[in-house]
Design a protein around this ligand. Sequence first.
Ligand code: S3P
Length: 424
Amino acid sequence: MIFKKSGPLRGQVVIPGDKSISHRSVMFGSIAKGTTEITNFLTGADCLSTIGCFQRMGVDIQADGSHVIVRGNGLRGLKKPDGILDCGNSGTTTRLISGILSAQDFSVTLTGDESIQKRPMKRIMEPLSQMGAQIRSVRGNGCAPLEITGSRLHGIRYISPVASAQVKSAILLAGLYADGETRVTEPALSRNHTELMLKSFGADVRTEGTTAVISPARELYGQSIAVPGDISSAAFFMAAGLLVPGSEILLKQVGVNPTRDGMLQVCRSMGGDVTLYNETSDGEPVADILVRASRLHGITIGGDIIPTLIDELPVIAAMACFAEGETIIRDAAELKVKESNRIEVMVRNLSAMGADVEETEDGMIIRGGKPLHGAVIQSHMDHRIAMTFAITACMAEGETTIEGAECVNISYPGFYQDLRRLSF
Ligand code: S3P
């Protein structure tokens, strides 16, 4: 797909549903008793993988666009699927479902696409095994395919080496089925959607600092869930609105949970004009976000803020190319094990456009202010890389070609249409 430098971007975008919350709404609805009604469900390929997996395990899920009805089977009502479960490109599906499958009364194999088969699964295999799960990497390389045989589980106290909501959530979900309390302590707090949503489904779950604690559940109960817009999707338009001269973009109904809002903080610290309106909170805080073109300056980003903006770091790195001075991103080694190695892929693609960017052990150093030019961008079929470069192209001289641009389907099927609409 070919992109050109853009004029001012003006207008509003209704941001599609949050990916993390959409996954969880179907998963928890599937193991709850009764009906769960979901509105603004994200119809991206990742969340459809989650629906597919639970349908294969006998759950009645009716999806009509972003309106989804899940008639749950209860905590112990899933059925053995008649083949391998396909998690597609979705790390969230693979890791969270593993926590649930560890406690069922059947064996199952799950796998996904080429990218998912390279992503680290030992991070869930270890704690789940400590709980008594039988979980094996079929090729013995710590990656999917995974073979899981349901077992009786014990509560554990787990100190996680990584701040990962997927790891935390896999353990908490297994903890629903354990014979005692389960505690997960993280080095920094990761997104807490699992804790918030499980609580609304009736689970006994609480947070003590960076520790999540769950007690075994007898049953969960179906809920109505209005999924907020995904701040990780809004981030691309926040960047575009701040960078492209003369722009003003209103992003409607975006989730601004404090465990996800690092992008707001970074934009403001870089000098960005960002205002929140209509803030509400029904469990998950939501707001409209207005961004106006601004002069940005470089900053240092590291420490506990990293998990709150981990998926936004590619677009933040792109923003830094247009900011005055140096931006340092550190403590972000997790970027190497996302849908692609996002440090390597960002540095390579930004360099191809003429940016002054350097790879480090756990992040990047970007010296902003060099004008960028169009180039051929390899998305590596990573949705966030493709969207980052569609935005970067708005600011670059000449033509930018994005290879594999269609992968935005994973998290934001209408992304290019929404971007195009803003430029008219
Ligand atoms: C997610 C957690 C994060 C994030 C991913 C979604 C989730 O991954 O990058 O896009 O829904 O729990 P990690 O848990 O690996 O940090």
